[in-house]
Design a protein around this ligand. Structure first.
Ligand SMILES: Cc1cc2nc3c(=O)[nH]c(=O)nc-3n(C[C@H](O)[C@H](O)[C@H](O)COP(=O)(O)OP(=O)(O)OC[C@H]3O[C@@H](n4cnc5c(N)ncnc54)[C@H](O)[C@@H]3O)c2cc1C
Length: 306
């Protein structure tokens, strides 16, 4: 029979690890199912300069290692695997990981979200070296440089406008001849004197050995390829929440993000959510950590009441 734990946390990004630290210090002896991407999205990037407490910045993977060490100091138990199934209809809740079933009185979902990347041959290798998906995080590194943004929705326009504060030139590359973005956002970008657009154009690859030096573009109208010199590529074609596992278990919104009902509680009492898995507005390590703290405190109160 599975041992029933007080709380299981799904995910080991900033939300999951912060929740673990708070839950452990509240004597809840949490178990973290860390997932196959241990440390979460921040392990994809290099310099993180906006996480409070690091005056000289910190490397993304190092920050996540430090958070994990901090959790381990309070004897948080880790299972370094993905959860493969959950059952929130029964009590205690059940979480299945390969070869084991785990039961808990409360669960925190902190499985995060992922960038929709372009799947270019050299894209993953250059993430953190000129390729990004987060202008508020990385625009600062492109002061005086030229960058491209791929996408045509509101978030692509937003990324482009953030980048204009630092870059000398921002080129939006869009595969169609008009944007999907709202008129107000599209106008704002189109009328900015630093922003240019390449319509009907797709990015075939990102170029560069150590850092990005350019893009290989294909102009669909002219049916011509060219190398386009830029120092950075911002991919802004959307995100996907990691919530497939929870479909039919808790309420999700139209885009698949977990819907919060009261504070950090989901539609199921005792199941909480924290970080990018529900928050598609802020998407920052520090906000995810904040949500993790809130979820752990809500779990503590919930368990006290039961
Ligand atoms: C390239 C890039 C650069 C960035 N730079 C910055 C920056 O400079 N500053 C900043 O504040 N933010 C930055 N961000 C954003 C930041 O990384 C996210 O906001 C933050 O990581 C969200 O944390 P999270 O814990 O909610 O989710 P995530 O970091 O997405 O973590 C989700 C966790 O859930 C796990 N998981 C998924 N499915 C399962 C499952 N079935 N079972 C168990 N576990 C599962 C994953 O393995 C992972 O451990 C950047 C993001 C990217 C992509």
């Amino acid at each position: 029979m599975a041992e029933t734990r007080k709380v299981i946390i799904l995910g080991s990004g900033s939300a999951g690890l912060t929740a673990a630290i708070y839950a452990a210090r509240a004597q809840l002896r949490p178990l973290v199912v860390a997932g196959s991407q241990r440390g979460g999205q921040l392990t994809l990037t290099t310099d993180v300069e906006n996480f409070p407490g690091f005056p000289n910045g910190v490397q993304g993977p190092e920050l996540m290692d430090l958070l994990r060490q901090q959790a381990e100091r309070f004897e948080v138990e880790f299972v370094d695997d993905d959860a493969t199934a959950v059952d929130f209809a029964r009590r205690p809740f059940r979480v299945t990981v390969p070869g084991r079933t785990l039961d808990a009185e409360a669960v925190i979902i902190a499985t995060g979200a992922g960038t929709n990347w372009l799947n270019l041959p050299n894209e993953q290798r250059l993430i953190g070296h000129g390729v990004s998906s987060c202008a508020p995080c990385d625009a600062f590194f492109f002061r005086g440089k030229e960058v491209a943004v791929v996408g045509g929705g509101d978030s692509a326009m937003e990324e482009a406008l953030v980048l204009t504060k630092f870059a000398t030139r921002v080129t939006i590359i869009h595969r169609r001849d008009k944007f999907r973005a709202s008129k107000i956002m599209a106008d704002r970008a189109l009328h900015h004197d630093k922003v240019g657009v390449r319509w009907n154009t797709v990015v075939e690859d990102v170029l560069g050995d150590e850092t990005v030096t350019g893009l290989r573009l294909y102009d669909r109208e002219r049916r011509a390829r060219e190398e386009f010199r830029v120092d950075g590529l911002f991919v802004a074609i959307g995100h996907h929440p990691n919530t497939e596992l929870f479909r039919g278990q808790v309420d999700l919104d139209e885009q698949g993000y977990v819907r919060l009902h009261r504070h950090t509680m989901t539609s199921v009492a005792g199941v909480f959510a924290a970080g990018d898995v529900h928050d598609h507005r802020y998407r920052q390590a520090v906000t995810a950590a904040g949500w993790g703290c809130m979820a752990a405190m809500d779990v503590e109160r919930y368990l006290e009441g039961h």
